[in-house]
Design a protein around this ligand. Structure first.
Ligand SMILES: [Zn+2]
Length: 166
């Protein structure tokens, strides 16, 4: 799926997570004040884009320096990097560099990327190295993805206003 759809879905996931937390009386507002939104967006961005490091057509894949290209050949698209294991390992590494709450924001975006790719015909091996592949019918770049993208955008805007208005 396209980057923008993934990113809007990550943003949606983050806001829904905050809403659910508040619903069960476990407000996370103090952890994520409005002025931390840009940092949150950065970690959502990172978690959204990193799984596609294994593809030549992704933004990140295209920018891979030439000396790292052989590495990409070794990693099959939607293999290791599209797995829960990779998300956990990377979030663990990020936790050394940033506060743990942002590492969890990264992990959320990473998992949501895998989940969304699981709805495409190509699917994902989310529990790599186990061979099970989750598949769906939403074709990348087609009408159904554009529709999803629009739904995510509208939902994001509504939840953003709720968040800021708090
Ligand atoms: Zn992907």
């Amino acid at each position: 799926m396209r980057f923008i759809t993934h990113f809007l879905f990550s943003v949606l996931g983050f806001f829904l997570f905050l809403q659910i937390a508040e619903f069960v009386h476990c407000s996370l507002e103090s952890y994520f004040p409005v002025n931390s939104l840009l940092v949150v967006a950065f970690f959502l961005f990172l978690g959204t884009i990193l799984p596609d490091i294994d593809t030549t057509s992704s933004r990140l894949g295209k920018k891979t320096p030439f000396f790292l290209k052989p590495l990409r050949l070794l990693i099959k698209h939607r293999g290791f990097f599209h797995s829960v294991l990779a998300g956990l390992l990377l979030a663990y590494l990020i936790a050394f560099l940033a506060p743990i709450k942002y590492s969890l924001v990264f992990l959320l975006a990473y998992f949501l990327h895998i989940l969304l790719d699981g709805f495409t015909p190509k699917g994902v091996k989310a529990f790599w190295p186990l061979p099970f592949r989750f598949k769906g019918r939403i074709r990348t770049g087609k009408l159904e993805e554009s529709f999803l993208c629009l739904v995510f955008l509208v939902s994001d805007l509504i939840l953003l206003f709720i968040f800021i208005g708090h």
